[in-house]
Design a protein around this ligand. Structure first.
Ligand code: SF4
Length: 379
């Protein structure tokens, strides 16, 4: 797995010099040069103008003047789960062939926002309605834990969310970087999530990420530390033998983790916006992603034919049900018609789907309190 020591240079906005985040980075950067700058915009401009390609080995830690929190961008006409994201930076150390950031970002380097006090003030304000339970994640424009051994960011976030009674933080990753999470008093307010795929897909399409066995070993460690986990079978990739491989994958996962520690499972078949296919093809021959026929949906994105998507969802959901019917899974960014075909119903509003998340949260919290584990603090 690629580690933060693969960075070749770290630029730091001088305004952040005294922050605990920058203290962590200074202490852990090892041989990677740190360059303090008064002009992070200028640094970005330099790389934009002079880099032909993505430069994942460059990190800029800077002050963010805007709003951190937003609704998950979702997709037009697709059923949405009412998730919120806070944008703590963009770009990623890893290099998944299907990653939409390849086309979405206009910066060749990785960026991390370091003014955490502003983030926490905004979160305090946004989560002030005690009747709502918020699900908030950081893994939309980057991997939540890829740089954690360098930044220690997870510790600030988990500690902050431990004090918020009505929110769950989701840290979503393809890494195995969980060491800094293990001794925290998280109070059950953080869910650590892994995007998973069969090892053959990881080897072919997810360079730089942790292997499946490394991800599962990391998941076992956080479960041991009292966290709940979530799983994202997203993207589900259609290839010869997919069904057997995804079923085996689920067996491997649940041999390692008890179903009652898994808060939710998202399912989403591979999809892409116009322009990504050319980026994938530019990497070289790749039958896994470019072989199957794709059709353009209402939101402009290309997806597998509806029959294939439904077949994959039905098969994977059945497998999940045989493992434990109480496991909660949902379809991510899918059409109402596919929901109807696969699940037999369509959540009639964002809130409706949100309630299913709430049911699962409460069910696990009550199971934990009746078993006396004390691992989760119900809000
Ligand atoms: S881990 Fe996520 S953000 Fe990073 S390259 Fe892969 S898909 Fe993109």
């Amino acid at each position: 797995m690629l580690a933060p020591d693969s960075l070749s240079k770290i630029y730091i906005d001088r305004r952040l010099t005294e922050t605990p985040l920058v203290a962590n980075i200074s202490e852990r950067a090892g041989n990677t040069p740190l360059v303090f700058t008064d002009d992070p915009e200028g640094v970005l401009r330099h790389y934009r103008e002079n880099s032909a390609a993505t430069q994942k080995d460059i990190l800029i830690v800077r002050h963010f003047p805007g709003r951190f929190l937003s609704a998950c961008p979702g997709s037009d006409g697709m059923v949405c789960c009412n998730y919120a994201v806070f944008n703590l930076g963009y770009g990623c150390l890893f290099d998944c062939h299907y990653c939409y950031l390849q086309q979405f970002l206009n910066s060749p380097v990785q960026t991390l926002y370091g003014n955490l006090d502003d983030l926490f003030a905004e979160l305090d304000f946004k989560t002030r309605n005690p009747r709502v339970h918020f699900r908030i994640g950081t893994g939309e424009y980057t991997d939540s834990l890829a740089l954690d051994p360098l930044t220690g960011l997870s510790r600030f976030l988990v500690n902050y969310f431990a004090s918020l009674p009505n929110a769950t933080l989701e840290l979503k990753t393809k890494s195995s970087n969980v060491e800094l999470l293990l001794d925290l008093d998280h109070r059950g307010h953080t869910v650590v999530a892994w995007s998973i795929n069969p090892e053959s897909v990881i080897e072919n399409l997810e360079p730089g990420t942790a292997s499946l066995s490394e991800r599962l070993a990391a998941a076992c460690k956080v479960v041991e530390a009292g966290y709940q986990v979530a799983l994202h079978l997203d993207p589900l990739i259609y290839f010869e033998g997919w069904e057997k491989e995804y079923h085996n994958l689920l067996d491997q996962v649940f041999d390692a983790i008890s179903p009652d520690r898994v808060r939710w499972i998202s399912l989403g078949t591979y999809r892409y916006a116009p322009g990504l296919k050319e980026k994938v093809q530019a990497r070289g021959p790749d039958r896994m992603l470019t072989g199957p026929e794709m059709v353009q949906a209402k939101d402009g994105k290309y997806r597998y034919l509806k029959t294939i998507r439904s077949q994959m969802y039905v098969s994977v959901r059945k497998k999940i049900e045989t493992i434990d019917p109480a496991l909660f899974s949902y379809l991510c960014m899918e059409t109402r018609r596919t929901w109807q075909d696969v699940v037999g119903s369509v959540p009639d509003s964002k809130k409706n789907l949100d309630l299913l998340f709430e049911d699962r949260r409460r069910a696990l919290a009550s199971a934990d309190s009746s078993s006396g584990s004390g691992r989760v603090t119900p809000a």
